[in-house]
Write a protein that binds this ligand. Sequence first.
Ligand SMILES: Cc1cc2nc3c(=O)[nH]c(=O)nc-3n(C[C@H](O)[C@H](O)[C@H](O)COP(=O)(O)OP(=O)(O)OC[C@H]3O[C@@H](n4cnc5c(N)ncnc54)[C@H](O)[C@@H]3O)c2cc1C
Length: 438
Amino acid sequence: MSSQNFDVIIAGAGIAGCSAANIIAKNGYRVALIDALPESKIGMKVCGDGVALHDFYESNIHPPTKKEIEREVDEIKFFTNSQTHIFSIMGKGLTVNRYHFGQRLLKDAQDQGAQLFSKRLVTSALLSNGKVLGINTKQKENKTFFKAPITFDATGIVASVRTSLPSTLYINESVNAFDTGIGYREYRQLDKSFGNFCAIYYNWDVSHGGYCWIIPKRDNLVNTGILIPSSRNVDANFLKNRFSSFLKINTHLKKSKCLKSEIGLVPLRHPLLNAVSDGLISIGDSAFHTNPLNGYGIGPAMLSAKIAAETAMFCLEKNKFSRDDLWKFNYDYMLKCGKRYTTNKIMKDFIQTLNRVEAEHFFKSLGIKKYYKSGNFIKELSNPDKIKLLYSLSKRRSLFNNFLKLIIKIKSVSSHCDKYPKSSLKYNIWLNELTNKF
Ligand SMILES: Cc1cc2nc3c(=O)[nH]c(=O)nc-3n(C[C@H](O)[C@H](O)[C@H](O)COP(=O)(O)OP(=O)(O)OC[C@H]3O[C@@H](n4cnc5c(N)ncnc54)[C@H](O)[C@@H]3O)c2cc1C
């Protein structure tokens, strides 16, 4: 049985899905927003709860309200093994109540006219002759399909729609365990208030290639946890053991009490280089739209939602929905942030190859500049600071050599991303050249 017809179907009412639904519905299009969760649970998500303020302005999403904001922060401080502060990224950020934030994004979308279908599991794409015509859903034993010229996959890391497509459509790639970060997160009550900053701890004994974090919430509450950069062979006990060794050495957490703990997955790889198919756009975690260096995904999800919404409305105006018509999304996303996250994946792979001593030396060397404006560390260094950095790294020969190779590779991939094809016809040639560079 079919439900009504819509202009756009959005599978998944998380950050990406609600943000896109809001923009498209605001422009008068009929939007169906479908989620497996009951309406009252939408927005519940294991997360560090931190988000940069500028991402709201860039994606035209209303910033969190008073009820959603738990703390305003103006700095992310990075620490080494020995808990020495090495450098900071300065900028306005918020820690949010993730549930209230998610519920408000949903309400905003509904207020604009998006129609929510909750407690409905999206099982696959509705496919005909290689074209996505909508989605198949299941509610208990009741199977329903929804039809629309454009479908968004916003189902998070499971990517239920996209991965149901045949491999011949070149969009069904799943994330592998090596590139899936696994996070263990606790809400902890401290004996006193944490400062107005987020703290990231690089400690290779606790998480090789990953990090631990403390993010302040309301009053004395913090969100603290550990991110392991690859979920391969990692189980709950492993995560808890590693996190308890962090608890033992961190002075802020010594007298704290755990109120709640959870585990979650986040893609830590380059974005899908092609996220569209005939009638389909994949956004947010489902298209690996996160920063592979740290799993930051709220900003990228909102931004990809905005770009996808603009593409969808452009195509609805023209009444054309082929892969080539939707290609605009790939192009715009790549130039806006895909390029940065593609090169960050190279940086992530480099960092993971460092041993404990090299990692400590590398991060300390980046501390040549104490205050950065963004995570683009190398770009922000002045020429004299770049020389100081190279001099410092040269004290460890293999680290230095690998760093030089890294910079060459990043430059080459970055300039190749600038040449991302405007049409799908030239994609395979572009992709082959990129694969050679990788
Ligand atoms: C431990 C951890 C810490 C993190 N910390 C941060 C942080 O501090 N800051 C930050 O910016 N990012 C953080 N992230 C990443 C961030 O949470 C995600 O990138 C972001 O939530 C992605 O949004 P999304 O809308 O793409 O997916 P999701 O938020 O996962 O939403 C997907 C939605 O789809 C629904 N769904 C899934 N499958 C189906 C289906 N088959 N049928 C119907 N509905 C379905 C789900 O119920 C959900 O509502 C963290 C992630 C983890 C795991």
